[in-house]
Design a protein around this ligand. Structure first.
Ligand code: TRP
Length: 334
């Protein structure tokens, strides 16, 4: 790879992805990939921290691989691979565990939230999740980590662990910076616009999945909750309309002000259809390309194989340095 800075990010193959994931992650990945040496992972080991149906996890892993590609990740230019294919991730997580304190993990917001949500399965992996994430990032000497706002605490831990290790054993890891995309970082629910759009919402009309076809997308936007007056303006008193305006703005690359002008005097019903059409026109080609790729498992396997080989070379360079620094005797080969 040429001398550009290294970018690492990952998404869990845990099922449906929403337009929130697209705007918050995938779209930024595509934009950033030519400016950085980019490494994109499918965080399948992370997904195991909540109960999975094995067959679903396998299916979701292919789905996410296809979605990355359909969203414009170039598997030759960037590295695209499954986390479990590169065992250095689990190995570095072990070493980092030895310099991480339980208090740092038990006070993580996401751990507390997930513990409440999965009371029947509060396992060590759920608590250790941020350490594995730190290993993901630090293995590649990453400088930039695009993340959603909900991952800020985890990135902070990765930085702390890098600094702690460097101080204890001498300079080894780059200390990564987070990147939280500005445009429309938070997409809200279409049913309850005070809440974040979530794929696990029981109300299927509350979110737009990357698998929704245009008719479904437009139907869901038609049902989106608004308010009883009729002005299309961005305002804290109008969370429903504001959410629709910011989705429209994100999908059309127009500013909120321009969108407000465009829809001045237009009725809510017409506005909602326009938002639905704008979203569908971006999502539909991605959905079709994803489905086309999913019919070619051999190609997806090839992409993952190639990605794992390239990722592994980089990862082991860091891991062997780490093993040496902590005093493990290097294995003799041959
Ligand atoms: N925890 C991240 C999420 O759920 C996914 C992830 C795993 C990740 N490893 C990572 C993101 C490393 C950035 C860097 O969104």
């Amino acid at each position: 790879m040429e001398e550009k800075k290294i970018l690492f990010s990952a998404i869990q193959p845990s099922g449906i992805l929403t337009i929130g994931n697209y705007l918050g992650a995938l779209r930024n990945f595509r934009k950033l990939q030519s400016d950085y040496n980019s490494v994109f992972s499918i965080a399948d080991l992370h997904t195991l921290t909540v109960k999975q149906e094995p067959a679903n996890l396998r299916k979701n892993t292919y789905e996410l691989t296809a979605l990355y590609l359909a969203c414009g990740i170039d598997a030759d230019q960037s590295i695209l691979f499954a986390q479990s294919h590169v065992s250095a991730h689990a190995e570095l997580a072990w070493i980092l565990n030895t310099i991480c304190y339980p208090g740092e993990l038990s006070r993580m917001t996401q751990f507390k939230d997930k513990s409440l949500k999965h009371e029947d399965n509060i396992n060590m992996g759920l608590m250790d999740y941020p350490v594995l994430m730190a290993a993901d990032i630090l293995l590649y000497q990453t400088e930039l980590v695009p993340i959603g706002a909900d991952q800020k605490q985890h990135l902070e831990l990765a930085r702390d662990l890098a600094i702690r290790f460097n101080n204890r054993y001498s300079e080894t890891f780059k200390v990564p910076e987070g990147y939280i995309g500005k445009s429309c970082a938070r997409v809200m629910s279409l049913a309850e616009p005070q809440r974040k759009m979530s794929k696990s919402d029981a109300n299927l009309n509350a979110f737009i999945s990357m698998d929704d076809d245009p008719d479904t997308i437009i139907r869901k936007f038609k049902r989106a909750v608004t308010d009883s007056d009729n002005k299309i303006i961005y305002s804290p008193e109008k969370p429903g309309i504001s959410n629709l305006l910011s989705i429209y703005s994100a999908f059309t690359n127009k500013s909120i002000e321009d969108a407000e002008k465009e829809f001045a005097g237009v009725g809510y019903a017409e506005f909602k259809v326009a938002v639905g059409e704008a979203v569908a026109s971006v999502i539909e080609p991605i959905r079709q390309e994803k489905n086309r790729l999913l019919n070619d498992k051999a190609y997806l396997d090839e992409v993952l194989k190639n990605g794992a080989e390239r990722a592994e070379r980089l990862a082991y360079r860091t891991l062997s340095k780490v093993y040496k620094k902590v005093g493990l005797v290097p294995r003799k080969r041959g």
